[in-house]
Design a protein around this ligand. Structure first.
Ligand code: DP6
Length: 327
């Protein structure tokens, strides 16, 4: 059979309601539902070529051949696709990000979304968006949310087929902006995959999960109503609860740096004292995502860059779905 190839493009996403902890680590079935939007302008572009002459899968990321755990994770995702399709050959994966890998912007979501789309399309498999989202989830939980466009909700399950993400509003529904204040380029000590397995050791995770659905509903309603005053407190609360779980598990995960807190306080001052439409959310790292309206972004972006410890600021607006390059 001749080589079969396809190229896909996907964006990372920022969760407004967080995913932290699984009911099934193997299948990455999340313990709670989450909400996010994809970040336009930040992209992973992945070309997959299935080639029967290959004796093993080849993985090249940002121009460098990859081995070890990073390659194993890609091979496991290809194994899922081989099982689904009955295809037995190997593939060459060439993937590159248009954003710096060291910038502290998680790339596993865009990477596994682009990989899943390109690898299945190259084999001629026509998956629905829902099937593709569930497949991407097996590679990285948050990758499920990088498949659909706009404002996205990811459901818990209970089965593989039921745990997928879908769009509930298009990207231009609300002119939100994510200003990412980068305060460290260091690689995080404990990655998300290990972090999810620690979540259940925190005595606070049960309380977080008991109230997760309520925050999910409040956040979705605030987005649908374009109500920033309702959105800001629930986004910050959900991030704070997740970090409380991280800090109180065994081992304790403390992702914040002094500059993280400096940005959090400044965001609070901007909102509570100056009446600006901005709130913060923080993933498994020290960088602060400042979620704001487009008008507010103009005002605060230059000021964010002035906060001591802020190294650079990326700006991203809600993006469309993962797509094939020919589309
Ligand atoms: C804190 O999707 O990166 O960013 O499934 O192990 O790849 P894996 O985890 P991942 O976890 C994301 C955690 C988070 C919150 C979120 O994006 O919802």
């Amino acid at each position: 059979m001749p080589a079969q190839t396809a190229t896909a493009i996907a964006s990372p996403n920022i969760a407004l309601i967080k995913y932290w902890g699984n009911t099934n680590d193997e299948l990455r079935l999340p313990a709670s539902p989450s909400i996010s939007f994809n970040l336009a302008d930040l992209r992973t572009r992945t070309c997959v070529t299935w080639d029967d002459r290959l004796l093993a899968d080849e993985v090249i990321i940002n121009g460098e051949p990859v081995s070890g755990p990073a390659r194993d994770r890609v091979v496991r995702q290809l194994d899922h696709i081989r099982r689904m399709s009955g295809h037995t050959g190997h593939a060459r994966i060439e993937s590159a990000n248009n954003f710096p890998t060291g910038a502290g912007i998680a790339s596993s979501a865009s990477a596994f979304a682009a990989l899943s789309l390109a690898a299945t399309a190259a084999l001629g498999l026509q998956l629905t968006e829902r099937e593709l989202s569930a497949l991407a989830r097996l590679g990285s939980g948050s990758a499920a949310r990088s498949i659909p466009g706009g404002f996205v909700a990811w459901y818990t399950g209970p089965t593989h087929e039921d745990s997928y993400a879908e769009s509930f509003a298009p990207p231009d529904y609300w002119d939100l902006v994510d200003l990412i204040a980068v305060v460290s380029h260091a690689h995080k000590a404990t990655g998300s995959t290990a972090g999810h397995t620690v979540a259940a050791t925190s005595p606070l995770q049960a309380a977080r999960l008991a109230t997760a659905r309520e925050r999910f509903d409040r956040c979705k309603a605030a987005i649908l109503a374009r109500d920033f005053a309702a959105l800001a407190p629930v986004v910050e609360l959900d991030s704070n609860i997740m970090h409380s779980v991280m800090m109180t598990g065994t081992p304790s995960l403390l992702y914040w740096e002094p500059a993280t807190l400096a940005v959090m306080h400044q965001v609070r001052r901007w909102r509570e004292t100056d009446g600006l439409e901005v709130c913060y959310t923080i993933d498994a790292g020290p960088n602060v995502h400042c979620i704001c309206t487009a008008a507010t972004a103009e005002v605060i972006a230059p000021a964010l860059r002035q906060i001591p410890g802020v190294l650079e600021v990326f700006r991203a607006v809600p993006a469309g779905p993962a797509r094939l390059e020919s589309e």
